[in-house]
Design a protein around this ligand. Structure first.
Ligand SMILES: [Zn+2]
Length: 223
């Protein structure tokens, strides 16, 4: 006889089906930042997963964090090498920014990122074309913590919780100290409200995104 289903969700369960349970994907841009180690400790302690959109230049200077992110089940995305606005860059520059970052991540952690988040979330047809060459969909966010702006723990917590809804993708930064300080409280509140903290891959699993597709689609755009 099969064991009865547990009354509460098993936090150690590997597969989370975001069409059946409430999911939030917290995403951290521009890292690995100075506080990535502390953030990874907090995520581990609360059994939460996140997605890191990394900058190649910091992957190169802080490779140990990247290795740890992958080892601990977080997702890694490409956020360019040195953060230029891709909509003001040539195709050759965009290509080189993506390639150098993919190579650095591969070298640091042995994996190749499958998702692209262009700097500032700025994208256009040329950026989409280059993303197609790399086989990557473009992942933006459904809401932001505005942490880089407020740099205030209470405001970051309030703003993050206000945009963290079912299947949302929330933009944060692991170089903002107050973000990392606010994380234990943010995670505990979300989990208490029944949310599973998952990677972007879990949230987009049923979207059937193709390389070059932008998700979520900015207002007024057509895929
Ligand atoms: Zn950025």
């Amino acid at each position: 006889m099969a064991a009865p289903a547990p009354a509460v969700a098993d936090p150690k369960a590997k597969e989370v089906d975001c069409t059946r349970v409430k999911c939030v994907a917290l995403t951290f841009d521009d890292g690995p930042g100075k506080y990535a180690g502390k953030l990874l400790d907090i995520l581990k302690e609360h059994d939460a997963k996140a997605t890191f959109f990394l900058e190649g230049q910091y992957v190169k200077s802080r490779p140990a964090y990247v290795k740890r992110m992958v080892k601990e089940g977080h997702a890694i995305g490409n956020h360019s090498y040195a953060h230029p606005d891709f909509t003001k860059s040539t195709a050759a520059t965009i290509r080189s920014e993506i390639k150098k970052t993919n190579d650095a991540i591969k070298k640091a952690a042995g994996v190749e990122p499958k998702l692209l988040r262009p700097p500032y979330g700025m994208s256009d047809l040329q950026v989409q074309d280059v993303a197609v060459e790399f086989g990557m969909p473009i992942i933006l966010w459904t809401g932001g913590s505005r942490d880089w702006e407020s740099k205030n723990e209470e405001k970051i917590k309030k703003q993050t919780l206000s945009v963290a809804k079912g299947n949302s993708i929330v933009l944060m930064h692991d170089w903002v100290k107050q973000t990392v300080d606010a994380m234990p409280s943010i995670i505990k509140t979300l989990q208490r409200n029944g949310y599973h903290l998952v990677t972007v891959d879990d949230v987009i699993k049923h979207e059937e995104l193709k390389p070059g597709d932008v998700f979520p689609l900015p207002e007024g755009w057509e895929q």
